[in-house]
Design a binder for this molecule. Structure first.
Ligand code: C2E
Ligand code: MG
Ligand code: MG
Ligand code: MG
Length: 284
């Protein structure tokens, strides 16, 4: 009892920790209401072809416009939504909204190649039985070609994945939906495991790009990226790099054979119309 009380007192002695705890609890309970009230919105960050600088599509990144706290980033509320299960309806909303948006870009921008959209999936969505049927239904209802959708799954979500977990992803991949392995290289990358997974894109984590910020770049770092790219290509996987912040990084990554890039050097995540303008600008 005494111990318990002591623990409590200790928490109260750290007002900042207390405020964080309250906020976390407050945010968690506010999440379902926020979804009902339409407080979530999506920003899109261009995916740029490194060879010719053209915009090929965008990654959808969800944000929460909280009535008191302003804009809250996904790193703060996605874990809470995963914990409470709200990620399933929220993720479905993000998917539908992004797919609808991609369809709108394509209609408005018919002559440039069809713009594509990347949507992040949580591990909880992977195990949810409605994933395939929801996705099929959304694609049919909006008329977006499956090949214009890429679902991003983190490497850690697929660590030790058994066939049951991979089945829905295989099904989607067979329909023509691209599956990307997000944040690749941060976890316990098991390169041999790659061939088992129904993925067609590797997204190299920002950590690799960050390693190329200071010159001269460590030759060992270069060799590692070169090796990953060549392995990916030999397995027929395309390579996208995250977190490109400078032109020098873009040049380096192009030389290393990466296919697509994403990062502040090209554009920060922004509203859907901004993506449309960037795509019209031809090359970034
Ligand atoms: P992610 O999928 O790896 O997305 C890339 C993150 O890097 C985004 O952060 C993006 O804004 C940021 N970024 C892009 N370019 C640069 C750059 O040049 N430099 C730096 N320093 N950062 C850059 P954001 O938007 O805060 O999203 C964070 C994470 O939240 C995402 O990481 C993704 O895992 C998750 N997330 C976002 N939207 C969704 C969603 O709809 N569903 C789920 N399940 N997760 C989402
Ligand atoms: Mg992602
Ligand atoms: Mg990523
Ligand atoms: Mg990342």
């Amino acid at each position: 009892r005494a111990k318990h009380a002591g623990g409590n007192r200790c928490e109260l002695a750290d007002p900042e920790a207390d405020a964080r705890a309250i906020t976390r609890h407050g945010l968690t309970t506010a999440l379902p209401v926020a979804l009902e009230r339409g407080e979530f919105f999506i920003e899109y960050q261009p995916l740029v072809h490194l060879g010719d600088g053209s915009v090929r599509g965008a990654e959808a990144l969800v944000r929460w416009l909280h009535p008191q706290h302003g804009v809250i980033g996904p790193d703060r509320f996605i874990p809470l939504a995963e914990h409470t299960g709200l990620i399933v309806p929220l993720g479905r909303w993000v998917l539908e909204e992004s797919v609808r948006q991609a369809r709108t870009w394509q209609a408005r921008h018919a002559d440039a190649g069809p713009l594509r959209v990347n949507v992040n999936l949580s591990p909880c969505q992977l195990t949810h039985p409605g994933l395939v049927s929801d996705t099929v239904e959304i694609l049919e209802r909006t008329g977006l070609a499956p090949g214009a959708l890429c679902l991003e799954v983190t490497e850690s979500a697929l660590i030790g994945a058994d066939d049951d977990l991979l089945k829905p992803l295989r099904h989607l991949a067979e329909m023509g939906v691209d599956i990307a392995l997000d944040d690749f290289g941060t976890g316990y990358s098991n390169l041999a495991n790659l061939r088992r997974l129904p993925v067609s894109v590797l997204k190299l984590d920002r950590a690799f790009t960050q390693g190329m910020q200071h010159y001269p770049v460590d030759p060992v770092d270069l060799k590692i990226v070169e090796g990953i790219v060549s392995l990916a290509h030999s397995l027929d996987l395309a390579v996208t790099v995250e977190g490109v912040e400078t032109g020098a990084q873009a040049d380096q990554l192009r030389e290393l054979g990466c296919d697509t890039a994403q990062g502040w050097y090209y554009a920060r995540p922004g509203p859907p119309d901004r993506l449309h303008e960037l795509a019209l600008a031809d090359v970034l």
